[in-house]
Design a protein around this ligand. Structure first.
Ligand code: HEC
Length: 122
C-alpha cells in the first residue's frame, strides 16, 4: 500500500483545514481537546457544519434534542467520549479513553453543555 502516506497526509490536511476554518467564526476559548478530537466533525461551535460533519451527518450538539439528553449528565458525555460511538458495528466516534485524561473528558463534557447556552447569544 504505497499510497498510504499520501492518504494520511491528505486526511491530515483536510482535518486541519476544517478546524482552522471553524476557528475563525467561533469562540476562541474552545478547549484544545475539543479542537483536536471533536471539532473536525462537530465544529468548534458544535453545529457540525464542517465538511466532514456534513458528510458524516454528525449530530448538531447545540440542538435541543442533544442538549436535553445530556443535560445534568456530564458523566454520560464522558462515557460517550471514553467509549466512543459504535453503530451497526461501524465506528462512528473512536473511543478516546486511551488518548484523553479523565479531566480532559470532563472539560469536553462541560464544553458540550455550554454550547447549548451559547446558541442563543448569536
Ligand atoms: C469522525 C467524526 C466525529 C468525531 C471526531 C466526533 N464525533 Fe460525535 N458524532 C459523530 C456522528 C456522525 C454522530 C451522529 C451519530 C448518529 O447519531 O448516527 C455523532 C454524535 C455525537 C453525539 C450525540 C450522541 C447521541 O446521543 O445521539 C454527541 C454527544 C457527540 N457526538 C459528541 C462528540 C464529542 C464530545 C466528540 C469529541 C470527543 C465527538 N463527538 C467527536 C461524528 C464524530
Amino acid at each position: 500500500m504505497k499510497y498510504l502516506p499520501i492518504i494520511i497526509c491528505a486526511l491530515a490536511l483536510c482535518l486541519g483545514e476544517a478546524y482552522a476554518a471553524e476557528q475563525t467564526d467561533t469562540d476562541k476559548k474552545v478547549p484544545v481537546a475539543w479542537g483536536k478530537n471533536c471539532a473536525p466533525c462537530h465544529g468548534g461551535n458544535g453545529k457540525a457544519t464542517t465538511t466532514i460533519g456534513r458528510k458524516m451527518k454528525a449530530a448538531d450538539l447545540t440542538s435541543e434534542k442533544i442538549q436535553k439528553k445530556y443535560k445534568d449528565k456530564p458523566e454520560e458525555i464522558v462515557k460517550l467520549i471514553s467509549e466512543g460511538l459504535i453503530k451497526d458495528k461501524k465506528v462512528i466516534m473512536k473511543p478516546l479513553k486511551d488518548k484523553l485524561e479523565e479531566e480532559d473528558m470532563k472539560e469536553l463534557a462541560k464544553y458540550l453543555q455550554e454550547l447549548g447556552k451559547k446558541k442563543d447569544e448569536k
